[in-house]
Ligand binder design. Sequence first.
Ligand code: AMP
Ligand code: MG
Length: 487
Amino acid sequence: MSKNKTTCWNLENSYTKLPKRFFAHIHPTIVKDPAIVLFNEGLAEQLGLSCTSFQAEEVVKWLSGNAIPPQSKPLAQAYAGHQFGNFTRLGDGRAILLGEQITPEGHRVDIQLKGAGRTPYSRGGDGRAALGPMLREYIISEALHALHIPTTRSLAVVSTGESILREKELPGAILTRSASSHIRVGTFQYAAAWGSLDELQCLADYVIKRHYPNALNVDNRYIQLYKEVIDGQAALIAKWQLVGFVHGVMNTDNMTISGESIDYGPCAFMDAFDPATVFSSIDQTGRYAYGNQPAIGGWNLARFAEALLPLFHKEKERAIKIAQDVLSSYDDRFLEYWQNGMRSKLGLINKEPGDEKLISDLLDLMKKHKADYTNTFIALTNDKWGNHSIYNEKEFKQWHQRWKKRKNKQQASNKEIHTLMQSNNPAVIPRNHRVEEALNAAVEHGDTRVVKELVHVLSTPYAHTEEKASYQQASNADTPYRTFCGT
Ligand code: AMP
Ligand code: MG
């Protein structure tokens, strides 16, 4: 937190100016014996919270909720959401917003403590979080950020010195999360279901001012807001698909209005390419499978439109027509982002008619031969095949020739093409067994070195260096990887 104590926190509380329906003031619950497990120096600096001149005890108190930073008016946000398709009233059951930090560059960033105790929205939950899942969120969110994917960030994890009860007793922890805001599709659903029209409009105006000020110059700013959110989600989900990320719980309460990824519960990265990939043990029907993510994004955005309808037009029929017209652009927006990304992964600079087929043929072959998604693109980038079995397949060799012909007839130099591929094909992703190994060392043995090393390696995914090699192997476990929601 900066050299000058008085300027370290620079909190504002604009959310408290919204109607009271949208939040409840609540203080974090004191914890017994907090200690810092991970602290993100780089992020702290960006936030204007670099802690060099602060007493460690002071910092740990803030990050555990045992002390409230100056100017903070802590609150829990109210929202609703479709969880696996079922509409429910929710709200922050264990997260407390300390306020909005105004960064040295003038950005407004939410600072939230996750696992900070019960709130009026806890619905019988204990308000707490376990160390393993909070470290997991830290690792994955920071990995996504390094992969250039919009996401909430992780400033710190502190252990609480208390146990929490899940299937067994687990060490408790609190994550400090930053976000451009925590407003969700579910926040609008909540406003539409339980608020007045004025309250809904108030929320929409707040969001436009905070995230999409350009919409103020448009005839109907709410339609523009909808367009912007659709575009942001199309871009975001394309980025997930391009790196093989499976969010796992794309409920409407876990979809932000800002276009940042949020809530890293049962998420994981795919190894062998298969659109049916699901990791979450509770996703029995594959609703949130890798290949379903773009469609579910569209489904969630339709729910967003339903909430906004009265702001689109006072006549319902007209409003529905507007919503349908705007939403119909989503599939094309997604496809364009995704295909452009795929072209970059294949070193293709311009667009040619046969590209779509070239891409889909590659993915079909990868699926058929259970090729590792990330490592196939690394091999294509570096033209080093080692023991990649797909390369021994005749039909793949034929595809490879087609691709090389297409790639090499471009004007660009080989070096330019190679650089494009390197910066679009990560040398490393958070491999599931590596994440588990790191969590296990920290939770079972109190050894955080493995997590720290993993976070370090994942911080430069597009640097194709030697140190990455040992992090590239997929697990050779016989059973499929499973993630659990019991966080
Ligand atoms: P999530 O699955 O993490 O998106 O959470 C869904 C909802 O459950 C949110 O409203 C959370 O705040 C709430 N929740 C999750 N865990 C707890 C907990 N231990 N105590 C209270 N609320 C919780
Ligand atoms: Mg959530």
